[in-house]
Design a protein around this ligand. Structure first.
Ligand SMILES: Nc1ncnc2c1ncn2[C@@H]1O[C@H](COP(=O)(O)OP(=O)(O)OP(=O)(O)O)[C@@H](O)[C@H]1O
Length: 228
């Protein structure tokens, strides 16, 4: 059984339709890339999975369960861990407190997160608002992992960060993949994303227009669907 399956999802913001038929599937342990130019519906797809936007048509099944009608907190509890665009941590809690308040389950611990991101270990008693942008992003990923998600969702996790920090984050994503973590990634850095992805889905105007292995996403297709 697939971990996550979207079939013909249509979502709206009030009267304005944003998704016109998004279909995608993620198997357990896969890293899946969700791609497309700005405004094509990637974040709306993620919001639809999480129940933050209610689809009006189509189906979203997570671990065999239809998510339609469930509230966002119930959906999150089924095992979805989001790292949102623009990293949200508690500014007035320390790194350690930020991680501990997110903890649910016992596979991911403070120790494991700080092993993945040693910088967080070095700064464990620092307040989150004193961290650099990259460190806050690592903390946001650490917080999502502390919930022990069956599926980790990264929405533009490397956007706007210094190159050396982006490399740390990609290295962490590769380690998570090697550990068998299922991940849905939205990111514009194709040179990092394509080698780590098992499968890619490309959205155009709110619909899935490509589904396949990263090797099948030829330079021509990249140009057609992702070029500026
Ligand atoms: N809160 C909102 N209210 C109304 N329309 C919205 C809202 N959020 C997004 N949209 C519209 O929905 C469509 C899809 O946007 P979405 O943010 O999902 O795209 P995206 O692929 O994630 O783009 P980006 O890379 O810019 O984040 C766009 O036409 C956008 O203008």
């Amino acid at each position: 059984m697939s971990l996550l399956v979207l079939t013909g999802v249509e979502s709206f913001y009030r009267a304005s339709q944003a998704l016109f038929g998004v279909s995608l599937a993620i198997e357990d342990g896969e890293v899946v890339a969700l791609m497309g130019r700005n405004g094509m519906g990637k974040t709306t797809t993620i919001n639809s999975i999480l129940g933050l936007v209610r689809p009006r048509a189509g189906s979203i099944r997570f671990a065999g369960r239809e998510l339609a009608g469930l509230r966002p907190h119930s959906i999150a509890r089924l095992g979805l861990g989001l790292v949102p665009e623009g990293r949200r941590c508690f500014p007035n809690l320390t790194v350690e407190e930020n991680l501990l308040v997110a903890a649910r389950g016992n596979e991911w611990t403070l120790e494991r997160v700080t092993e993945l991101f040693p910088r967080l270990g070095e700064r464990r008693s620092q307040y989150a608002n004193t961290l650099s942008g990259g460190e806050q992003q690592m903390l946001a990923i650490g917080r999502a992992l502390m919930t022990n998600p069956r599926l980790l969702i990264l929405d533009e996790a490397t956007e706007g960060l210094a190159p050396v920090i982006r490399q740390d984050i990609w290295a962490a994503i590769r380690k998570l993949k090697a550990a068998g973590q299922s991940i849905l990634v939205v990111d514009k850095t194709l040179s990092e994303l394509l080698p780590v992805a098992d499968r890619c889905f490309v959205l155009e105007k709110g619909a899935t227009v490509f589904a396949g292995a990263p090797e099948a996403l030829t330079p021509e297709l990249q140009d057609r669907y992702l070029g500026v």
